[in-house]
Design a protein around this ligand. Structure first.
Ligand code: ZN
Length: 382
């Protein structure tokens, strides 16, 4: 149902107040009213609502100058909790996340999910065990957000296309019945973009492109503060843009896709071919490998390939920030300058605008955190 003008206004004010509260941690009605240009009755109404939900706590400020005591409202980040899940081809992570996007508890599970018919059952059992282990009742959880590499349905309940998982049209609705809370699945890059956007919101960046590098590559797009999903939620399948027209065969059926050269899987395979016994990024990014000529050559080629794709996307979106997320962020010192040089140096459009490119401060947790934040969607900008 379409929201009325009043409802939209109220939502906007609620979010504005929440953003300021999150930033300042303590505030007064007067400060909210002055800084946001809202009337005191409007602020009061929203603060009352927040008190009811428990997002804020009312405290008396100490009298320091003998004047009237001002009521101070404190932001309570743990007042709402959600479960964030990061599903990958060979592992599962479950985390308890608060309103700040902070991971309170987490658990790693190694398991192969490629073509798995048991995925929903495993997920359901593991979430149940996790909640039991950390002693949280399912009722206390606002919702469960699941980050997944693939294309999901509009209602966030069906994995329509999981190319690398080799799973299609998998419905997650039974989790909703079992845990009696909202369950949302989201493309992993979109989830990561949401986490980054929440992080950057006070810095006024409204156009963000997030490149999530994992077993594949995905892009999360935020335009003018709103996530852009495309006609069928297929926007941002950037891992399948063509880098080399006659290149390596990809799971999607095409050749030379970006992720065949720049995903973790691709880079590990490439270094393994040359050096042997390379199973993780950690095995690649160390002095023993990085100081060899072949190592330097391969990492330079990787940086160039990554930069070509990023540059194409930058030319289309002209975003304020391009953020790279994923485990690769732990090793940014080996690739950052290379990538910046390929994209920005001597470029007629984006000369020396290096600051547009960032590595995520959440690193490989951006999608896990974003998945958790998704279930708080009603309270946020997105
Ligand atoms: Zn492909």
């Amino acid at each position: 149902m379409k929201k009325t003008y009043q409802e939209l206004e109220k939502e906007k004010n609620f979010k504005q107040i929440l953003i300021l509260l999150k930033k300042k941690r303590y505030t007064t009605k007067l400060e909210l009213s002055t800084k946001l240009g809202l009337s005191i009755p409007t602020v009061t109404k929203i603060i009352n609502e927040m008190l009811e939900i428990g997002i804020v706590f009312e405290a008396n400020l100490n009298e320091s100058n003998g004047g009237r005591r001002a009521l101070v409202f404190e932001f309570i980040p743990d007042s709402l909790l959600s479960v964030g899940v990061k599903l990958e081809l060979d592992s599962l992570q479950i985390a308890l996340i608060n309103l700040d996007g902070k991971i309170i508890k987490r658990k790693f599970i190694n398991k192969n999910f490629i073509g798995s018919l048991e995925l929903i059952n495993i997920l359901s059992n593991e979430i149940e065990i996790f909640l039991f282990e950390i002693g949280i009742l399912a009722e206390k959880v606002k919702g469960i957000g699941i980050s997944i590499p693939g294309i999901v349905s509009d209602d966030g309940l069906v994995l329509k296309v999981g190319t690398n998982f080799k799973i299609y049209n998998l419905n997650f609705e039974e989790l909703q019945t079992k845990f009696n809370c909202k369950v949302i699945i989201e493309n992993e890059a979109n989830a990561a973009a949401l986490a980054e956007f929440e992080n950057l919101i006070t810095k006024k960046n409204k156009n963000i492109l997030l490149i999530s590098i994992g077993t594949g590559i995905g892009a999360g797009i935020i335009i003018e503060g709103t996530p852009y999903m495309g006609a069928q939620k297929r926007a941002g399948e950037a891992g399948h843009i063509t880098l080399y027209p006659h290149g390596r065969k990809c799971n999607c059926g095409n050749r030379g896709c970006w992720e065949m050269y720049c995903s973790n899987t691709a880079i590990i395979e490439e270094f393994n071919k040359e050096f042997g016994n390379i199973k993780s990024l950690k095995d690649i990014f160390n002095r023993k490998i990085m100081e060899t000529d072949k190592g330097k050559f391969l990492i330079n080629l990787f940086s160039e390939n990554l930069a070509i794709g990023i540059k194409d996307l930058l030319l289309i979106f002209d975003c304020d920030k391009i953020i790279i997320s994923g485990e690769i962020c732990n090793y940014s010192k080996y690739i950052k300058t290379n990538i910046e040089n390929y994209i920005f140096k001597n470029d007629i459009f984006y000369q020396n605008e290096n600051k547009r490119l960032e590595f995520s401060s959440y690193k490989e947790d951006a999608n896990l955190i974003g998945a958790g934040l998704l279930t708080f969607k009603d309270f946020f900008i997105l």
